[in-house]
Design a protein around this ligand. Sequence first.
Ligand code: C5P
Length: 218
Amino acid sequence: TIPVLTIDGPSGAGKGTTARAVAARLGWNFLDSGAIYRALAVAAMDRRVSWEDEAALEALAESMDLVFEAGPAPRILLWNNDIGRRILTEECGNLASKMAAFPAVRRALLDKQRSFRRLPGLVADGRDMGTVVFPDAPYKIFLTASAEVRALRRYNQLKEKGIDVSLAHLTEEIEERDRRDRERQTAPLRAAEDAVVIDSSDLTVDEVIEACLSVVTS
Ligand code: C5P
């Protein structure tokens, strides 16, 4: 079977940066499952599908033509349009998390996510990678950090990309989104029983990467 390393946790814990780097170091494929939910939010906005319409969102999720281009300048194409920038906003993340609460939506996106499991291996970043999407993964990590640290990291990340937001507003949005992710009925955010928990609050990026790699190589 093809090995998988799952990295789950709340937003801003450093999953994206870490998972990408770990995948590169291992030479494995990479799945940004959050980007799939965010792409659905973009699709819904463009096609004027309400975030409350579970059946319409399910149909949209099934019909989405979504391509993740690899390479030095990776692109995310939705029906051939580059949506890489649009999915970065907190508005999109928040909308995605509302849609992600629907069981039919999550079910419709399962195959898409599992199709990333290809040789020689996969690093999967998300909320339910170790609990629902790849429960048989041999390597599982739950990456967390304090709420303050997570908000500040997200703030700096967005600023780097030229996106200006208020830190206070961002903190509120992140807390609201995390609460929704933790409290939803279907695939709530939680550590898999067999996951290694890593708190990145006081670690450097490199230290987190090494800690993750040691889960796979030890
Ligand atoms: O990780 P990211 O912030 O891009 O995810 C956006 C939202 O998508 C999350 O807040 C969460 O509600 C949802 N999501 C999910 N399951 C995943 C990945 C993301 O429910 N595996």
